[in-house]
Design a protein around this ligand. Structure first.
Ligand code: DGP
Length: 124
């Protein structure tokens, strides 16, 4: 079954410059910007520039160049915000996907959360 990409999703509009965003960094294949509703002192979303709905879609259909560019952007955000466990206090990386993952925006994004403890991963 083919993945269906909604061209009118909010992150597609951000990529087209139709909606403003607080950009942290950008490369040829990815854009990183602050979440509109931050859950931690640092809450950044990293999205690929290609039209991918979810992480599994990206893993299956993105080119190696796109995958490298996207993963590098995630590492670069960690460095830029001093979240890297090399020099900083760490972070949480989340990719909500689909209905059970409770994904709100249907364009692949990872959340990078840091600046204070994220607590246990899943509340029971
Ligand atoms: P998710 O549930 O993983 O799909 O989370 C989507 C996130 O996107 C949520 O934390 C809020 C954020 N968000 C929604 N609309 C906008 C927007 O217009 N700008 C920014 N910067 N973030 C948005």
């Amino acid at each position: 079954m083919a993945y269906k990409y909604d061209e009118e999703n909010i992150f597609a509009k951000i990529l087209r410059g139709e909606i403003p965003n607080e950009t942290i960094l950008e490369n040829d294949h990815a854009l990183a910007f602050r979440d509109i509703n931050p859950q931690r002192p640092h809450h950044v979303l990293v999205i690929p520039k290609g039209k991918f709905v979810s992480f599994d879609h990206f893993a299956k259909e993105a080119s190696p160049t796109e995958i490298v560019g996207y993963i590098q952007a995630i590492g670069d955000v960690c460095d830029l915000l001093n979240l890297s466990i090399d020099t900083g206090d760490g972070y949480r990386l989340i990719a909500n996907s689909g209905e059970h993952g409770v994904q709100e925006v249907p364009h692949l994004h990872v959340h990078i959360l840091g600046g204070s403890s994220c607590g246990r991963m899943i509340q029971s």
